[in-house]
Structures are given as structure tokens and as C-alpha cells.
Design a protein around this ligand. Structure first.
Ligand SMILES: *Cc1c(COP(=O)(O)O)cnc(C)c1O
Length: 436
């Protein structure tokens, strides 16, 4: 008990002060950022801090938590797995939870998805998809070494995922060390032709291994939306030109868009999909990259060097798999599907109301995702002044929303009540009146 003294003195400080001593937070300039809020407890769509102040989690804790905090159904599944087989290495071994997840995904993913590779987070899911696209061509002796991605895309923070991401201040410092990525415009309304023409020109060069995109909704860019028709056209062009397509469904997957996957809105399916975030209902970090048989076959060979030499220590962790199975079971419950439709209806009603507001420029809704853009004089930066004022206002009112520049979006847990949803809507409306 040599650290008794240390523990005693630490107990005199609150959590925030103890945090400040040692912890380094994501996307945070510690010199200027406000201190973090110490959350002690969560239940359903609500969180409570150290002082018992209540918050509505209006963004499902960065889009991971559709079924509510401290969900006992998922917790029970995790406990059962932890006390049966918490982990075993996946190289040379397998286990039932992994097989069950694959069988379940086979049932609910687009038909062409045949092979499933586990990893730990959205960035690694993307990393694996890009490596597979590049190595598939390498294995065949083809010189397709570049990637196509959208402007303002977000695919994660590891090197290849970062290279594919187009939010420049996230990646500027690493420019010289990234794989080659060419960007095309997002086919938002009125820009479809520009986007399609840009892709066509690149596709003709035979230099590109893959086109990666966030299907229908670009999350980190501020819930920027475009139509399935436009995406179908882009995927078709890739298919005609032997460019693999990668749907990064890390944000959109598992019901966010009103269907299980954004790709369910498409008539032409991508070759690869990346899944994470809601996969385990916000409990255990886990991800999957899924593939067509063709991609798997590009690695299937007597030559060991043609294998995919990629893995993570916790690949297919059984406890994570158990959490994923429980989460998918919750997603498939009729009540959960009704919740998704209910939130969509509420969003549409709020959209109709708020889009008439003189300070609102545009609004958009898909599934449980709502976004509005505010009219501003100049260009609003990602973490700029208006954004901070709005963020602080929401926090003060007990609503967790993280505006992006002049864009306010909602992506609530599916189990949120109409009453809490209305509180979110009213808080947004009063913020616009008070601040903009
Ligand atoms: C969050 C996100 C990622 C990265 O996932 P991490 O788990 O944070 O690494 C990748 N792609 C999309 C579309 C995302 O929203």
C-alpha cells in the first residue's frame, strides 16, 4: 500500500484537476481549451457530471451509442462472454462469437459482401480497406497505387485514413508522408455533374486502386448529404474502370440513415465496407472491414507472400463480438426500428419549423440525422468563434451538441424520448435567437 498517501491527496482534488495533471485529450489545444466535464454516470440518452448536472447526449457520444448508455442487455452479453472466454488470439484460432458476427453480418449487409476482417476502430477499418485495394493490385503486378476520395472527407486519423481525409488542418503537418490521394467534389445538389466528370477523368488514367467515400452523409464535414443516385453513378464509373469502391460506413452504419446501412439505398453495391462506431452499441472498441469474394481471391494463393499481412493483437476479441451480437439484436427489434422512424418524423417536423427562421440557411434530414446551416457573414472555421459560443451555450443548458463551424447537427440515441428530443430542438432554437 505504498501509494496510500498519493491516493489520499488525489482524493482532495476533483476529477477535472486530476485529469489536467496527466491526460492529453483528442482534438484539444490544451492551452486554450476549456476544462473537460467529468461524467460520472450515464443512462439511456442522459449523462450526469461530478456535480450531478444532467446532460442530454444529443450526438450519441460521437455517434457510437444508439441504444442508450449503460445498456443492461449489452452489459449482460459482455459479462457472460467475459466469464466464458474473454479473449483468445485470432491467428490460428477461432471462436463462436466471431463466427456468429460474420453469419449475422452476411444476413444484413449487401449481398456481395462475403468476407469479414476484424480490427479495433474506424481508422483501422479504413486502413485495412486501403491496404487491400493496393495489395490486390500489387499481387497482380498492376501499377495502381493511388486513391480517389471526396473533398472534406473524414476517414480517420491513422496514416492512410488521414491521407484519404480532406479536412486539411487535421492532416497538414503530415503532408509529405501520405499515400497519394486525389480529391473529387462531393456530388451535393447542383454539383453532381462536376463530381461525375472529375471521377471520369481520373478513372481513365489506370492509376487508381480505389475510390473511398462516406456514403450519402459526410459526418465530420458537418453532415453534408448527397443522393444515392449520384453515388450509384460514381460507383458504376469505378466498376467500369476496375477501381475498387470502399463505402466507409463507420458513421452511417447500423441504422443512422433510416436503413441498416447507407448502402441499402444504392442499386450498385461497393466492393468493401468499413464498420465501427455503433457496431458494439458504444461499449467495446471494435471494427470490421468487409469484402467481396473477388477481393479475398486476390490474396488466395500458394505463395505466402500474397497473403494479407495485417492484424491486431485484439483482432476479433470475443467480448467485443458478444457486444456486437447483442447490439445487432437490439437494432433488429421492431421497437428499435420504430424508434428510428419516430425520430426521423420528429426531425422532419422540426426541419419544417426551423427552416423558416431568418438566420437559418439550409436544413437537411436523413434517418436520425438532422443538420442545419446558419447564415453567417464570413467563412466560419471548424473550431471557430461562433462554433465555440454555440457549444458553450448548449453545454450550459445541459445538451451535448458539437457544432461544426456554422453547422449544428443532431444524431441522438435511438431510444431517446420525444420529450428529450423536444428539449434539444428548443435549445437549438433559443441558441440561434440568443447568439446568431
Ligand atoms: C469516426 C470515423 C472514422 C474513424 O473512426 P475511429 O474509430 O475514430 O478511428 C472513420 N470514418 C468515418 C466516416 C468516421 O465517422
Amino acid at each position: 500500500m505504498s501509494n496510500v498517501n498519493k491516493t489520499t491527496s488525489a482524493k482532495d482534488k476533483n476529477l477535472v484537476a486530476r485529469d489536467a495533471e496527466y491526460l492529453w485529450h483528442p482534438y484539444t489545444q490544451h492551452k486554450t481549451a476549456a476544462l473537460p466535464i467529468a461524467i460520472k454516470r450515464g443512462e439511456g440518452a442522459l449523462l450526469w457530471d461530478e456535480d450531478d448536472k444532467q446532460y442530454i447526449d444529443a450526438i450519441a457520444s460521437w455517434w457510437v451509442n444508439p441504444f442508450g448508455h449503460s445498456n443492461t442487455f449489452i452489459a449482460d452479453a459482455i459479462y457472460k462472454q467475459l466469464t466464458t472466454l474473454e479473449h483468445v488470439l485470432f491467428g490460428g484460432f477461432t471462436h463462436e462469437p466471431a463466427v456468429l458476427v460474420a453469419e449475422k453480418l452476411k444476413e444484413i449487409l449487401p449481398q456481395n459482401q462475403q468476407k469479414f476482417f476484424f480490427s479495433d476502430n474506424g481508422s483501422t477499418a479504413v486502413e485495412i480497406a486501403l491496404k487491400v485495394a493496393l495489395q490486390y493490385n500489387y499481387n497482380k503486378g498492376e501499377k495502381r497505387t493511388k486513391i480517389i476520395a471526396f473533398e472534406n472527407a473524414f476517414h480517420g486519423d491513422t496514416f492512410a485514413a488521414m491521407a484519404a481525409s480532406g479536412i486539411s488542418f487535421f492532416t497538414e503537418a503530415f503532408r509529405g508522408s501520405l499515400i497519394e490521394v486525389t480529391r473529387i467534389p462531393v456530388p451535393v445538389a447542383e454539383q453532381e455533374e462536376t463530381s461525375i466528370e472529375a471521377l471520369k477523368q481520373l478513372a481513365e488514367t489506370d492509376e487508381y486502386a480505389a475510390f473511398i467515400f462516406e456514403p450519402l452523409v459526410q459526418g465530420a464535414a458537418g453532415m453534408v448529404m448527397y443522393t444515392p443516385e449520384a453515388l450509384n453513378d460514381l460507383i458504376d464509373i469505378c466498376k467500369q474502370n476496375n477501381i475498387f469502391t470502399i463505402a466507409d460506413e463507420v458513421m452511417t452504419g447500423f441504422g443512422k440513415t433510416g436503413k441498416n446501412f447507407a448502402c441499402d439505398y444504392l442499386t450498385t453495391q461497393p466492393d468493401m465496407m468499413c464498420l465501427s462506431k455503433a457496431l458494439t452499441g458504444g461499449t467495446i472498441p471494435m471494427a470490421l472491414t468487409t469484402f467481396t469474394q473477388e477481393l479475398f481471391d486476390g490474396f488466395y494463393d500458394d505463395d505466402v507472400n500474397k497473403a494479407l499481412f495485417h492484424g491486431h493483437t485484439f483482432t476479433a476479441n470475443p467480448t467485443g463480438c458478444a457486444a456486437a451480437l447483442a447490439s445487432i439484436a437490439l437494432l433488429q427489434q421492431p421497437e428499435m426500428q420504430e424508434n428510428i422512424q419516430r425520430i426521423n418524423q420528429q426531425h422532419l417536423a422540426f426541419k419544417t419549423k426551423i427552416e423558416a427562421h431568418p438566420k437559418v440557411k439550409t436544413t437537411r434530414v436523413l434517418g436520425v440525422i438532422f443538420a442545419l446551416e446558419l447564415k453567417t457573414d464570413g467563412e466560419e472555421s471548424y473550431y471557430g468563434g461562433l462554433r465555440n459560443k454555440l457549444y458553450n451555450y448548449f453545454i450550459e443548458k445541459g445538451v451535448i451538441l458539437r457544432p461544426v463551424g456554422n453547422i449544428i447537427y443532431i444524431l441522438p440515441p435511438y431510444i431517446i424520448s420525444d420529450e428529450l428530443l423536444n428539449t434539444i430542438y428548443n435549445t437549438i432554437e433559443s441558441a440561434i435567437n440568443a447568439i446568431v
